[in-house]
Design a protein around this ligand. Structure first.
Ligand SMILES: NC(=O)c1ccc[n+]([C@@H]2O[C@H](COP(=O)([O-])OP(=O)(O)OC[C@H]3O[C@@H](n4cnc5c(N)ncnc54)[C@H](OP(=O)(O)O)[C@@H]3O)[C@@H](O)[C@H]2O)c1
Length: 254
């Protein structure tokens, strides 16, 4: 951990961003628009300039190594990883933006998004909160012990949804739809479903044959999968079981 300069709350003026990748570039834009003086994003071999905070936007496996190269006293070090515990990272705080970045996003990309924050000291935690708030995000604290579960939630909400949609695309192809048509036609359904879940919660957002208790329709769907896409059967059966449990929970609550 780096030695911490005295940093009164709401007094972060300068930020050095290390790592000109998918997150580092939009983060630098966001910080600049939020009124910070931004150095970087710095690439490999560029020496880290002193700043109130040094934000490591490098791959998770590189965080501890890069943190160890930051000279003591140069600024509070923050990492941006959802999965990396603070304890072994060499960083003073964690600030994980709960969003998927490709690198081309504008400065507004941080507005309204969750930001998981953690700090080794009250001062470091306050710095993470301040950065998140001034970027327009919504900071919430996640301790190291809770980090793996938190990150699993993010993976389910983002990565696994994509995996499910890829499966939907594959099933749609058995009905003659091209991948592009499947995405165009299914996307409004996906968007409405996500909006309903966000607004109403999972039990109320659940519709379809399982929610209606229509077992014969589910059996026909399963038979089609056995015949056309048997590689999806394990996934389908697991989802039917989980969806039945959710529907039962909804009936109890109703
Ligand atoms: N992208 C997202 O959606 C997202 C969202 C939330 C959090 N994060 C977190 O943000 C961090 C960065 O992820 P990313 O997606 O931006 O990765 P990325 O696109 O792979 O970018 C990583 C950048 O770090 C650079 N780099 C690697 N080692 C370096 C070093 N020693 N010194 C300076 N730069 C170095 C890489 O340069 P080279 O090209 O030369 O290797 C690359 O430009 C990770 O901790 C990740 O968990 C990412």
């Amino acid at each position: 951990m780096n030695s911490s300069p005295q940093l009164p709350h709401h007094r972060i003026a300068t930020a050095t961003v290390v790592g000109p990748g998918r997150l580092g570039r939009p983060l630098a834009r966001g910080l600049h628009a939020a009124g910070f003086r931004v150095i970087g994003p710095l690439g490999r071999g560029e020496s880290v300039a002193p700043a109130d905070v040094v934000l490591l936007c490098v791959p998770d496996a590189e965080i501890a190594r890069v943190a160890a190269t930051v000279p003591p006293g140069i600024g509070l070090i923050g990492h941006m990883s959802g999965a990396t515990p603070l304890a072994a990272s060499g960083a003073d705080f964690g600030l994980h933006p709960l969003q998927s970045f490709t690198g081309d996003e504008g400065h507004e990309a941080f507005r309204g998004i969750g930001c998981a924050v953690a700090g080794r000291s009250p001062e470091a935690l306050a710095a993470a909160r301040e950065l998140a708030e001034r970027l327009g995000g919504r900071p919430f604290e996640v301790a190291d012990a809770q980090r793996a579960g938190y990150h699993a939630a993010a993976s389910v909400a983002s990565n696994f949804v994509v995996t499910l949609l890829a499966a939907a695309e594959q099933l749609a192809s058995t009905a003659g739809l091209t991948p592009a048509d499947a995405r165009m036609l299914l996307a409004p359904l996906v968007r409405t479903t996500v909006a309903n879940w966000a607004e109403l919660g999972p039990e109320a957002a659940l519709t379809g044959p399982i929610a209606r208790g229509d077992a014969s329709t589910v059996d026909r769907q399963r038979q089609a999968i056995v015949e056309d896409t048997p590689e999806l059967l394990v996934l389908f059966d697991a989802l039917v079981a989980s969806t039945r449990a959710l529907a039962a929970k909804g009936r109890v609550a109703a």
